[in-house]
Design a protein around this ligand. Structure first.
Ligand SMILES: Nc1ncnc2c1ncn2[C@@H]1O[C@H](COP(=O)(O)OP(=O)(O)OP(=O)(O)O)[C@@H](O)[C@H]1O
Length: 341
């Protein structure tokens, strides 16, 4: 199947000295939910704005469903919708806020608009009878965000881009927003791309996770070891609190700054393995285990002296029965499994 987005050599900067994005290659298949993770300022919002065809970039190629997006942005914006972290509503009723975007489309009749407004309110857990006539100032912060989401769902987008949609809302609203996103992906075939700090939700629901670090991407890298690398005796080493260290080959060029490691490349062992050449072994304690529903696997997060390392275990594996939070385990991964960003 043609991927939803393909990016090649894309560069974006907000001006001199401010790195935005520098992505050599990135493919987003766009089936189900794609998670975007990364520290503050790593470029998640910038990438989402580019994927929603709102922000121009300096160089490179962006393909949308197999064809270059350049020059077609305004048409493509109809297929893609973007929800910000802090949404604001127009100074009018909830009903009118949702109907507004539909009317702008120009070809949707009044009864169709009415149906879509009510349906989309219900999808975000707001009873249309109670909420449709409310004014914008009669809503809590969480309700504002849900109305903003309903307004986007009413447009029946092909792609729903969520930029930390639950960062500033109450717990119940957060849950309803996430449930609505899952329903869009599962029941309506919408491609959902979500940047969120709610990693538990993200790993539970995502079929793919894209990690960003200083504007660069690593697909499927649940672990990013940033900073603290030193080079000695031909190896790059990063010390963990507590005295443990991991090693890998130094980068081919430049200083070592951040290395990525996929959770699937980390083996979990219940006893210390015999020493092997060029394999890192880290003693850690399991903190939590997430059932990755989309992948039918279990993501195990283990604390190695204040540093969390994630490892993936196939859902049916016998090992799963031996693992539980607080258990001490050994995490093993090849030196070569670490990739420089
Ligand atoms: N409008 C702007 N003008 C100048 N620099 C910007 C602008 N927007 C973002 N940046 C810079 O670009 C980089 C990436 O920012 P971006 O908002 O994409 O990161 P993010 O991963 O979404 O961060 P956060 O998790 O804090 O929302 C940062 O260095 C940021 O300071």
């Amino acid at each position: 199947m043609t991927p939803l987005y393909e990016i090649h050599d894309l560069k974006q900067s907000y001006g001199r000295g401010t790195p935005g994005l520098d992505i050599a290659d990135l493919t987003i298949e766009g089936s189900g939910i794609t998670g975007l993770v990364g520290p503050n300022g790593s470029g998640k919002s910038t990438l989402l704005k580019i994927l929603s065809f709102l922000l121009p970039y300096d160089d490179g190629t962006l393909l949308y469903r197999g064809s270059p997006a350049a020059g077609r942005e305004s048409a493509l914006r109809r297929e893609v919708t973007y929800l910000l972290q802090d949404s604001y509503l127009l100074s009018r009723s909830v009903y009118e806020n949702i109907a507004f975007g539909l009317r702008l489309r120009g070809n949707i009749g009044a009864s169709e608009i009415d149906g879509r407004v009510k349906e989309s309110l219900a999808r975000v857990g707001l009873d249309p009878k109670k909420f449709a006539s409310r004014q914008w100032y009669q809503l809590s912060g969480g309700e504002v965000q849900r109305v903003a989401l309903a307004a986007r769902l009413a447009l029946r987008p092909r792609v729903l881009l969520l930029d930390e949609p639950t960062a500033n809302v109450d717990e119940r609203s957060a849950q309803l927003i996430m449930e609505a996103a899952v329903m869009e992906a599962k029941d309506h075939g919408v491609a959902v791309i979500a940047a969120t700090h709610d990693l538990a939700w993200l790993y539970e629901m995502s079929s793919e996770v894209v990690s960003l670090y200083r504007g660069r991407v690593a697909v499927g890298a649940e672990n990013i070891f940033q900073g603290g690398w030193t080079i000695a005796e031909g190896r790059a080493a990063r010390l963990f609190p507590g005295g443990q260290a991991i090693f890998t080959a130094p980068p081919l060029s430049g200083e070592p700054s951040a290395a990525a490691l996929g959770a699937q490349d980390v083996r979990i062992l219940t006893s210390r393995p015999a020493e092997e050449e060029r394999v890192n072994v880290i003693c850690a304690r399991i903190v939590h285990m997430t059932l990755e529903r989309a992948l039918s696997s279990v993501l195990v997060s283990a604390d190695a002296g204040g540093f969390m390392i994630r490892a993936r275990v196939p859902g049916g594996a016998a090992l799963c029965r031996e693992l539980y939070p607080s258990r001490e385990v050994f995490l093993a991964f090849q030196y070569a499994a670490l990739r420089w960003l």
